[in-house]
Design a protein. Sequence first.
Length: 463
Amino acid sequence: MIRAQIVAPWLKLVVALLTLAAWTATRAAEPSRHVVIISIDGLAAYLLDDPKSPLPTIRRLAREGGHVVGGMKTSNPSVTWPNHTTLVTGVRPEKHGVLANGVLVRGAPGVPVFTDPKKDKQDLVRVPTLFDVAHAAGLTTAEINWPCTRGAKSLDDSFPDVPEAVLHSTPRLRSELVAAGILADETDKSFGTSSVVGRDHWWTESACHVIRQRKPNLLLLHLLNVDSTHHTYGAQTPSSYTANAYADACVGRVLQALDEAGIRERTTVFVVADHGFALTPRAIRPNVLLRQEMLLTVGAGNKVTEARVNVVPEGGVGLVYCNEPGNVEALRKQAKELFTGKEGVAAVLEPAQFAEYGMPHPREYSQAPDLVIVAKDGYAVSAQAESDAFVATQVEGKVSLGSHGLITTNPQMNAICVISGRGIKAGSKVDKAENIDVAPTAARLLGLKTLAADGRVMSEILE
């Protein structure tokens, strides 16, 4: 009896200590810390060093904090949704599973693969994100126009980058934005008619509203006008510089909102991009060759209706899909022979090479392609199948004058990365980094210890 009375208190103490340790491991975040990650889509790293590019606010943040010299290396394919997912997971598409601006849908045999953007986060992302880990640790989270976030339960406020974005926003935020006059109404009809400059304005105002009202520990903001302008006119043009200046002004408005909320001194601000930009005055049209070899069929409206093989373009690469499950090896071989050595084609990658580029193998992931066509510098991949010529001008091929999606060994695909504010040494520099390093660095600044990232903490700029 006496022994039981002695043991019981010790047992209770052990249980209490174990419970406290488990709680501490999962909720070790610092609620007084704040991180804001602003992604300026398409803001190539070389623009930070271009004296013609008007980026006074971003350059001031770099002086007051740190930046990656020459920009950070991005992930393949160097397009928007895959790289935004890398930024918040710290892993490449090989692990997180986002290969395009939506889900790549393999249909029945003979049906061409297509991209479906109307998907929830759970349909797109295969690993935990920074906001998942932050939310689990008891921190508040928000995103404005961030890809692959629709329907995420770990976001307190969400205005996602997705078709029908207003409809899929969190109801509380949607109602507040209408009440504040930031949105005209709770429908996508009015919001969808605004220009991309107008949408950047509304997204920035929405982010500022969330900062002032909620002071979130983690806020993600994605702006699009720079990307749109660079596609149409190319980077380092008068239109590009105007777009750069407007994006810089949007960053300034976010900083002002942090001041108004009284949390500026407790906030670390990341200004990043998802990819860079290159000029692509020429286009290659692999689907034309597939049509000529009777491997796909074009129907009404020049739409590919049937395809034993089809190519989904992603800027500077083409994702090749063989759509006969029992005949993939033969079709893959035929397609590789068809494209290899053609004008504008730098390489045709086979699945055994995908891991080298941070992409998944089709044997392990259904969305993965069966081959990847890599365009040469100056060429983009066109979706066209109805013409006769494999190579065309940018206008004839209906591709953008400015493109991304090129293999990320091309330094033009490097993205800006500036980090400033709480916890960052003034005037510090990172000589070499990848975008997988952003999430673990942000996690360290928030006091989060459970993010399973492949990137490293950029400790050389931390105080």
